[in-house]
Design a protein around this ligand. Structure first.
Ligand SMILES: [Zn+2]
Ligand SMILES: [Zn+2]
Length: 260
């Protein structure tokens, strides 16, 4: 099966509504999609997250797509920021609607945004930022608030690569992920960014496979036409790493289904 679990709508930094993404998904032969717009943050509004008052609008948009495209399975998800100290807010969100899955994302190290702009990295020690990111990523796994961790090696987005080999840090983080029984996302979005590489890298994905860590697939589409983009390459990479199955979530229950 081909399942795209990562896409955004006009309520945040995306364009269009779930119906527009569903139309593309059907044309591309996907079996299932999940909408995963940015959840509201606990204590502030941004131009790329939902407002708290948007949540019912969002859920109704997904329901509308489900009604209009009964031939496509459309899941109700959210991309939720992991911010230490805001765990209760994530639990509160989880109780509001019958979500199918939560993608957990680390977009912030403190107030500093990981993936906002290349300029934002100026003056920072790249290795230190990668270490700080993976420390939070591990905490996100340990929180057990999420079903899959999105774009695992996001700090490479603008091409900032650590000087030092990070295999030890990847292994440490993935040991935690395996122990906490969380999935990780394979995202084709990296191919459209300056790093020109899937999130995560092949090295990272091989280490994940060795630990039996299940994966979700996502395009992180912000435009309907990005739905399912480059999934042939994602399938190829997953197969090369040993994967034969991907995750499907229903009401936050995981099921493994054949890949491709
Ligand atoms: Zn994200
Ligand atoms: Zn996203």
């Amino acid at each position: 099966m081909l399942i795209d679990y990562h896409m955004h709508t006009r309520l945040t930094d995306g364009v269009g509504e779930p119906v527009d993404y569903a139309r593309v998904a059907l044309a591309r032969g996907l079996h299932e999609i999940g909408c995963s717009d940015h959840a509201p943050l606990r204590d502030r509004e941004t131009n790329w997250t939902q407002k708290k008052s948007d949540l019912p609008v969002y859920v109704e948009m997904v329901r509308r797509a489900q009604r209009e495209f009964p031939q496509l399975s459309i899941k109700l998800g959210l991309e939720v920021d992991f911010i230490p100290g805001h765990e209760d807010w994530v639990r509160e969100l989880a109780a509001m609607y019958p979500w199918d899955y939560f993608l957990g994302s680390v977009h912030f190290i403190g107030d500093w945004a990981v993936d906002l702009s290349a300029k934002n990295w100026e003056g920072y020690d790249v290795d230190e930022r990668w270490r700080a990111y993976f420390d939070l990523w591990e905490q996100a796994a340990r929180s057990r608030l999420f079903d899959s961790l999105a774009h695992p090696d996001l700090p490479k987005k603008f091409g900032h690569r650590p000087q030092q080999r990070f295999s030890d840090i990847f292994c440490h983080a993935l040991d935690v992920v395996a122990r906490c029984d969380v999935a990780i996302e394979v995202s084709t979005a990296g191919l459209r960014r300056p790093c020109r590489e899937m999130y995560p890298s092949e090295e990272f994905l091989r280490l994940a496979y060795q630990r039996n860590i299940p994966v979700t697939l996502g395009s992180d589409a912000h435009l309907p036409e990005e739905t399912g983009q480059d999934f042939d390459r994602a399938v190829e990479l997953l197969r090369a790493c040993g994967y034969r199955e991907i995750c499907l979530f229903t009401r936050r229950q995981r099921q493994l289904v054949p890949l491709g």
